[in-house]
Design a binder for this molecule. Structure first.
Ligand SMILES: [Zn+2]
Ligand SMILES: [Zn+2]
Length: 338
């Protein structure tokens, strides 16, 4: 099969021929229909020990079609479309039994890979994609589930005021769910206004471009009608935690989704004076995938505004490098078959 393999921080991705994977017991072989490029992969390939990725295949925002069934699989059929969790646990420990398999002592992140034409995936980590959802829309299940889990982590109550910092796909996804799950108002605060239109198309009209206002705290409070009860941080750069603490109301909650991998500083006394609760959220379980699929199947199309381009696998190395250099695209969807 054709694959885009990460060679080095300097060399980036390279198109290579690899043997087709074979499904093991309990696994599906998926033909990768579409795969999204994720910001976490761009970060990992740029800053976070890229040498550990050498020779690796990436890609975890996948919509696949079942091309073969491993031994013992009975609940899927050839041709079914699915979205696979990018990790799988043992299925039997306390973490796995409570849908927290990411924290399973035996969690495996190695099986599911999307920057190629075929991948293996554990059948019990796959959610079926109904007819009405396009392959492209299905690739958004993973990033939307990251945002959904962040909002759940914040324990949003109906009528609360929410600020989301950062307007990448994860910030936009979190803002989308905060709005959908009952926030009174949601403000998206970004560095510039380049994502304003996408936010509007996602049903998020309250957008602040930090470079256009003198006092962002005052602007956010005037739009929300007060300081935010919850700040969802989706910036991931040094200073983002302090920015969130500065915005949140006394006794408010900050949930960090930014996955920053550089050293950050935060003056604890500023958070202490406000009695702020600070939590971190990485990702989801199977029930989040199922909920996102249900919402998309019910006809929700606004998140598709995040998709700004579609490319073939051959164009992936160039597109990946372009995004690493800070290109304009929001979500780029790759078709491994052309
Ligand atoms: Zn992702
Ligand atoms: Zn387990």
């Amino acid at each position: 099969m054709k694959a885009a393999v990460f060679r080095s921080a300097a060399g980036g991705l390279q198109i290579e021929a690899l043997p087709d994977p074979l499904p093991g017991p309990g696994e599906l072989l998926l033909e990768v229909r579409k795969v999204g490029i994720c910001g976490s992969e761009l970060h990992a390939a740029s800053f976070h020990a890229p040498e550990r990725l050498e020779g690796a295949l990436m890609g975890h925002e996948i919509c696949g079609r079942v091309a073969a069934l491993g031994e013992g699989v009975s609940d899927f059929a050839l041709g079914d479309r699915v979205v696979p969790l990018p990790f799988i646990g043992c299925g039997q420990c306390a973490m796995c039994l409570t849908d927290l398999s990411r924290h399973c002592p035996q969690v495996d992140y190695q099986t599911v890979r999307g920057y190629c034409q075929y991948t293996r995936a554990a059948a019990r980590g796959c959610v079926r994609v109904p007819e009405g959802i396009s392959d492209e829309a299905a690739t958004l299940v993973e990033p939307l589930a990251v945002g959904l889990q962040g909002v759940r982590r914040a324990a949003l109550q109906a009528g609360e005021r929410v600020l989301v910092t950062g307007a990448g796909p994860i910030g936009l996804a979190a803002a989308f769910w905060a709005q959908a799950l009952g926030a009174a108002e949601v403000v998206v605060l970004a560095r510039s206004d380049r994502r304003r239109r996408i936010a509007e198309q996602m049903g998020l009209p309250l957008f602040v471009a930090g470079n256009e206002v003198d006092d962002e705290i005052e602007m956010v409070q005037s739009l929300l009608g007060g300081a935010p009860d919850i700040v969802l941080e989706a910036v991931g750069l040094p200073g983002a935690l302090e920015q969130a603490v500065n915005h949140v109301r006394p006794l408010g909650r900050v949930v960090s989704l930014g996955f920053g991998n550089q050293v950050d500083t935060l003056r604890p006394d500023l958070a202490t004076w406000k009695d702020v609760s600070l939590a971190f959220s990485l990702c989801y379980g199977l029930r989040d995938f199922e909920h996102v699929v249900r919402v998309l199947a019910a006809g929700e199309t606004r998140p598709l505004a995040m998709i700004t381009s579609g490319i073939g696998l051959d164009q992936l190395p160039e597109a990946f490098a372009g995004l690493q250099a800070g290109g304009e695209d929001c979500k780029v969807i790759v078709s491994p078959w052309g």
